[in-house]
Design a protein around this ligand. Structure first.
Ligand code: CMP
Length: 140
């Protein structure tokens, strides 16, 4: 068993559609446990720091504006192979290319407004989890 933790963000397009519960149901149906969760509004400088790795990309400023445009729900997910498992459950970054019944295929509307974020490695998961949560806020 390789029990891992990963960071999930339910993005502003999804909170605007009031589908936090539907996304959480998908997460839990696939065996991941939501062991920490909070609904917040990101400041622009927080979004810039969180997505700093994309700062040279043409979509960076638009991404920062979008991620700070409304509430997000940040979550820590725990389970077997959580990083890869959640990426499978989310589907491809572009909802148009995501597999049937993935979160992004069902709920995303564009490559930017793609409903959810998930860490892409265990190393980044640790960094991203500590970006949003103190260890005392995580009840594993
Ligand atoms: P996410 O998995 O959170 O990682 C970076 C985000 O940038 C991505 O989801 C999208 O919301 C956004 N984005 C916007 N345009 C692109 C693009 N062309 N390629 C990848 N990500 C993009």
């Amino acid at each position: 068993m390789d029990i891992q933790r990963t960071l999930s963000i339910i993005k502003p397009d999804a909170t605007a559609k009031n589908i936090t519960g539907a996304i959480n149901a998908d997460i839990e149906a696939h065996g991941l446990r939501i062991i920490a969760q909070k609904r917040i509004i990101l400041a622009k400088n927080q979004a810039e720091r969180f997505y700093g790795v994309h700062s040279d990309k043409p979509f960076f400023q638009s991404l920062v504006n979008y991620m700070s445009s409304g509430p997000v729900v940040v979550q820590v997910l725990e389970g077997e192979n959580a990083v890869g498992n959640y990426r499978d459950i989310m589907g491809a970054t572009d909802p148009a290319k995501a597999e049937l019944n993935t979160i992004r295929q069902k709920f995303g509307s564009s490559i930017e407004n793609n409903a959810v974020h998930g860490s892409d490695s265990t190393e980044n998961a640790n960094r991203e989890i500590s970006f949003f949560f103190a260890s005392t806020e995580i009840t594993g």
